[in-house]
Design a protein around this ligand. Structure first.
Ligand SMILES: [Zn+2]
Length: 266
């Protein structure tokens, strides 16, 4: 769980929230809207409305949901809205999900408002990676990021899922695992996790009395021949090289799935 308490003493007006869940992002908004020292106190009228997801001054935006797309018109409306005083006279929070989908043009349009926001206005920009923001935006925001250990654990699980789908010849699920990948940085993290995941599986294969009690995983691990492990390491290395060469992401992922299959079953 992310610790937001450190920002309480000097509440930043713009926050980039990297790699956090939607509920964590909302928790941060709830903490800011409550003006008591022990925020969120849970008992003031701001907290009660925030908990009921009905606070008129916590404005949430989600592309493809309540916003058709993030374009210049959207950003302009947002900036205009920032200058309208909060309904309840307290604070006003703009919580923008998938803010890394804001184009360069949109980020530039947002810049001035983020730089000098009206009093009591706060922006929370949620993203999977901060690297998609302009330097100018980054320099004006406080970055709060998920700690690496949790992120690592998550990518390791994803990596093992991917390898398991390949082993179980579940091609549909395998391809689905790559749908969310749009960025090279995310794929680079995945490549590292794949190596770690495969190492873990290989170790399990060599000593099947391993302490890992996951029976499904043990079953998967048993199905891979020792020679296939070597081939799989090569396949991941090729995948990594293609990612680092900035090839077409969709093609790289499709090729990787085909290579996995070949390494396992030919
Ligand atoms: Zn409160």
């Amino acid at each position: 769980m992310l610790d937001f308490n450190f920002i309480k003493n000097s509440l930043p007006h713009a926050i980039i929230l990297e790699n956090a869940s939607d509920s964590e992002a909302y928790r941060l908004a709830s903490m800011i809207i409550c003006q008591n020292d022990n925020s969120p106190c849970g008992v003031c009228s701001d907290c009660i409305k925030a908990n009921a997801h009905s606070h008129p001054d916590i404005l949430t935006y989600r592309k493809g949901d309540n916003v058709e797309k993030y374009n210049i018109d959207f950003v302009r409306q947002l900036c205009e809205l920032a200058y309208i005083v909060p309904n309840d006279g307290g604070r006003k929070i703009f919580l923008i999900y998938s803010a890394d989908d804001l184009s360069v043009q949109c980020q530039n349009a947002l810049l001035k408002t983020i730089e000098e926001p009206p009093m009591n206005v706060f922006f929370i920009l949620c993203c999977s990676s901060k690297e998609y923001f302009l330097e100018t935006i980054l320099s004006r925001c406080v970055l709060i990021t998920q700690n690496d250990a949790e992120a690592d654990e998550k990518s390791l699980n994803t990596a093992i899922d991917i390898l398991s789908c390949a082993v179980l010849e579940d091609e549909f699920s395998l391809i689905c695992k790559f749908v969310g990948y749009k960025k090279y940085e995310d794929l680079r993290i995945l490549c590292e996790a794949l190596v770690q995941g495969l190492q873990k599986m290989y170790t399990m294969r060599l000593s099947l009395d391993s302490s890992d009690s996951n029976e499904n995983l043990k079953d998967v691990v048993r199905r891979i021949s020792i020679s296939s492990y070597i081939k799989l390491f090569d396949v991941i290395q090729t995948f990594s090289q293609r990612v680092n060469a900035n090839g077409n992401i969709q093609l790289i992922c499709t090729a990787f799935c085909a290579d996995l299959k070949r390494a396992l079953y030919k």
